[in-house]
Design a protein around this ligand. Structure first.
Ligand SMILES: Cc1cc2nc3c(=O)[nH]c(=O)nc-3n(C[C@H](O)[C@H](O)[C@H](O)COP(=O)(O)OP(=O)(O)OC[C@H]3O[C@@H](n4cnc5c(N)ncnc54)[C@H](O)[C@@H]3O)c2cc1C
Length: 256
């Protein structure tokens, strides 16, 4: 919990972030959470994961984007990442936060920039996951994900089981065929909108996982909770949901 809050805070603090990446002890601690400080380190980490049978999602941590110039830098970073994934042949998609693309500055700008990334990813046969941020962004993120998915099927989104609204959102995304990554949620939310008790967050996760496995489009069940991972595997087996429902995503080139 502490590490989670510290990481979210750090990702929004430029000077602290710089300090942290040069401080050896901190670096050791964050290796568990952060694959690398630059694209080459991240690619090496992903190669290692791929060799162990895991595919990856490439996420450039930066929640402190406050100007259009910075959003442009983020887009360039992601276009570069997509090209490097393609060239290196690693098995990875990308994840992005809408605030990185200027959601706080202008929704129109944010959409334009997201379209650039989605279009390039589609050309390269890759997939873009929109991360979920704090609750102030939930509805705007889902609306944009739905609108984008209608034009770019390679666009998916994240739902957080700590929010009361998530059961309804799972249904909404399943109906639209939007690929969902299910997580517990990483932000501090008030009891008015989120389960305060961990047991309830886990129950909500369990229900959402089941609905996603039954009716969802290629869901990603993202947790370090080994109990819930085992339950997911057992549920899939009991329901006869085999790996053929989730074939490796072909790297085909689409055009838009
Ligand atoms: C692939 C992925 C993508 C995510 N994307 C988002 C997102 O878009 N939006 C969002 O709000 N949150 C996101 N999260 C974070 C998520 O919401 C949780 O905060 C985080 O995963 C911790 O909860 P948990 O599900 O692992 O379960 P917990 O019940 O918190 O933890 C279960 C066990 O895992 C251990 N653990 C916790 N974190 C880690 C870790 N990093 N490495 C190893 N062990 C750990 C705990 O110590 C505990 O023993 C993402 C998480 C993952 C794995």
């Amino acid at each position: 919990m502490l590490t989670r809050s510290v990481l979210i805070y750090l990702s929004s603090q430029e000077r602290l972030k710089e300090f942290a990446t040069h401080f050896k002890l901190f670096k050791k601690l964050t290796t568990r959470f952060i694959a690398g400080e630059n694209i080459n380190e991240a690619i090496a980490a992903i190669r290692d994961l791929n060799a162990r049978g895991c595919s990856a999602s490439f996420d450039h941590l930066n929640e402190s984007v406050t100007s259009p110039v910075e959003t442009e830098a983020e887009v360039r970073e992601y276009l570069d990442v997509l090209a490097r994934i393609d060239e290196s042949g690693i098995d990875s998609n990308v994840s992005i936060k809408l605030t990185q693309l200027g959601l706080d500055i202008s929704p129109v700008l944010c959409e334009e920039l997201l379209v650039r990334i989605l279009r390039r990813a589609a050309e390269l046969g890759n997939f873009v996951r929109i991360d979920m941020e704090g609750s102030a962004y939930t509805e705007r993120t889902l609306e944009l994900a739905l609108a984008m998915h209608a034009r770019y099927p390679n666009c998916g989104v994240v739902l957080q089981s700590y929010l009361y609204r998530t059961a309804a959102d799972v249904e909404r995304m399943n109906q639209a065929g939007v690929r969902v990554r299910l997580v517990k949620g990483a932000y501090d939310e008030p009891p008015a909108i989120a389960y305060p008790r961990k047991a309830d967050v886990d129950d909500s996760f369990r229900r959402a996982m089941q609905a996603l496995l039954r009716q969802g489009n290629y869901p990603a069940i993202a947790t370090h909770d080994e109990g819930l991972i085992s339950e997911t595997i057992a549920f899939a087996a009991a329901e006869g949901i085999g790996s053929d429902r989730f074939p490796p995503q072909p790297r085909k080139r689409w055009s838009h």
